[in-house]
Design a protein around this ligand. Structure first.
Ligand SMILES: Cc1ncc(COP(=O)(O)O)c(C=O)c1O
Length: 560
């Protein structure tokens, strides 16, 4: 009898253990299913793979025919490259010289310079096409370098420049005047802050505001508060989304240690919603609405433009529907929904992406343009989520400070920014905003099509990316032709063109003329040659073979 009871108990324990294991397995499988198939969907693996890629570079001969182009094409490319190199040498002489003098001491500059193009070509390009990193002045929609060359600015200063550089110069100057008497006093506030808080509460539709020094810090604070209040550990970010360079939101390549409490899930996916419904350890979901332009893909940079596989397509209705569903699930599961509007805030609509997509988040981060030209990060949130201490547990606090938070000059420049946001001149810039930028993108694409150029642009309002329609290993060269035509791009090249809203039709037409001229010159120089056997897949296979050969050959670093 006793044996019977013991056996039964053992059976029961065994069955419970099996059931628990099966349930665990099921939730684990659901998580795997909700990951994007790409490498960026698998942070750990992508870091491991990245650590295995050996350095190698093409010698001068191979540089021009790494795609096995015929000799005649390689010669055309070489002639075009050397002509461009000569133009760079003379036109950007002073800017390049001054840049070279400081490059050795500025690590950031060394990094951005090395990662403008795929590493196999980088050294040769750096040797010959030195554009320089200095700019002397800005005006209208242009910037001028140390040699006096004026460029149409397509960098948008990483997204800060929304209303034109002169607008920010005024915000900074007027702001400095307003708080000059107080100077650099920190800790205490200048009264300008009251207006900022009132405006931000209205814009965000949320109760409280905290000020930080960068977008990265605002995101850190949003996640920390979500964890504190939900008492849950994990954050969810979507595949490819950038939220600053803090480790927890950058679990893949670029961060030397794994982020153990981050799930990177697929954007716009039912499988992701299933994970959000099932798991009990998720504190928050971070959304960077810019991903709507290229869901699940990393920010497009020319350093990873190995073939013509870059794609982008903004579907506002589909993304709106996705955000609404995400909102529902987060509400249902008491997961904090964070909109990271550091980049897009104010660019799509005066009240940002929340207004544009018609979705209210629990926490919202802003930055970049909101500082009126000065460094900023802002977090807005519901009252219950913003609180940093518990009334019933006085020692259990959620700490966040920062020496320069709420710096009077930043608060004053922000005050100017927010004040001007309401003026009729600025409001007219939002009039028919998407229609204007969609029409401009279509017009440029029509011209590129008419000229049979293998280049197209895709856009989300005034944020554009350049895509390529025939397989090629040399698309990244376009950034150098664009610069030669007087168009300034950021270090990520043709991956992201950011327009300020004060571009007039005439300004835009001038950019379009130059863009087409650059692409034509590049085509004439043979960079887009391809034969019937070339495809994006064949290019990727070829590069993989090179990497493997290099890894196992130990034959030195140059492929000639
Ligand atoms: C969406 C988003 N979040 C956060 C950040 C980080 O902001 P910051 O560079 O000011 O730290 C960025 C910067 O590009 C961003 O685009």
């Amino acid at each position: 009898m006793e044996i019977g009871h013991t056996t039964l108990a053992l059976y029961a324990v065994g069955t419970a253990a099996v059931a628990t294991s099966l349930l665990k397995l099921k939730t684990r499988l659901e998580l795997s299913k909700a990951k994007h198939r790409s490498l960026s969907g698998h942070a750990r693996m992508s870091r491991w793979m990245a650590s295995l890629v050996p350095f190698y570079q093409y010698g001068e001969t191979r540089f021009f025919c790494s795609d096995d182009a015929p000799t005649e094409i390689a010669a055309r490319r070489r002639a075009g490259f050397m002509r461009l190199a000569e133009l760079y040498r003379t036109r950007f002489a002073e800017t390049a010289k001054r840049t070279a003098e400081v490059a050795d001491g500025i690590s950031d500059l060394q990094f951005t310079d090395a990662y403008r193009v795929p590493f196999q070509y980088s050294r040769f390009v750096r040797e010959h096409l030195k554009g320089g990193a200095f700019v002397a002045s800005s005006s209208g929609v242009t910037v001028t370098d140390l040699d006096g060359n004026r460029f149409y600015d397509l960098t948008g200063s990483y997204g800060v420049n929304l209303f034109g550089y002169d607008f920010y110069k005024e915000c900074m100057a007027r702001g400095a005047e307003r708080v000059g008497e107080l100077g650099p006093v920190l800790g205490a506030y200048h009264p300008v802050i009251a207006y900022n808080v009132a405006r931000l509460r209205k814009i965000s539709g949320l109760d409280e505001v905290s000020f930080h020094m960068s977008g990265t810090e605002a995101v850190m604070q949003a996640v920390r508060l979500a964890r504190y209040h939900t008492r849950r550990s994990h954050l969810v970010r979507f595949c490819g989304a950038y939220h600053g360079w803090w480790g927890d939101v950058q679990p893949g390549v670029g961060n030397p240690v794994p982020a153990h409490e981050t799930y990177t899930l697929q954007d716009m996916s039912e499988d992701t919603l299933r994970v959000l419904r099932r798991r009990r350890n998720i504190a928050c979901v971070l959304v960077n609405p810019l991903q709507a332009l290229h869901p699940n893909a990393n920010a497009p940079a020319d350093s990873s433009l190995l073939d013509s596989g870059r794609s982008a397509d903004f579907d506002r209705a589909a993304y709106t529907e996705w955000l609404q569903r995400l909102r529902e699930v987060c509400t249902e599961q008491k997961i904090v929904l964070i909109f990271d509007e550091v980049f897009l805030g104010f660019r799509l609509a005066p009240s940002g992406a929340q207004e544009y997509f018609g979705v209210q988040a629990d926490l919202v981060t802003y930055g970049k343009t909101l500082g009126g030209g000065l460094p900023i990060g802002v977090l807005c949130g519901r009252k219950a989520l913003m609180k940093r201490f518990r009334d019933d547990r006085p020692a259990d606090i959620c700490f966040a400070r920062g020496t320069f938070n709420s710096h009077p000059y930043v608060m004053a420049a922000m005050h100017e920014f927010l004040h001007r946001l309401d003026t009729p001149e600025v409001r007219t810039l939002y009039h028919d905003l998407d229609a204007v930028w969609d029409r401009r993108a279509q017009a440029l694409n029509q011209r590129l099509r008419d000229e049979a150029l293998p280049v197209r642009v895709a856009n989300m309002s005034s944020v554009w990316t350049v895509c390529y329609t025939t397989p090629s290993r040399y698309n990244w060269m376009l950034q150098y032709y664009l610069r030669a035509e007087g168009l300034a791009l950021s270090w990520i090249g043709t991956g992201r063109l950011i327009f300020s809203l004060n571009y007039t039709e005439a300004d835009f037409n001038a950019v379009a003329d130059r863009f087409v001229a650059a692409a034509k010159a590049m085509q004439q120089d043979g960079w887009w040659w391809c034969d019937a056997a070339t495809s994006n897949k064949s290019i990727r296979r070829r590069i993989l073979r090179e990497i493997l050969a290099q890894r196992f050959s130990h034959s030195g670093e140059k492929l000639s």
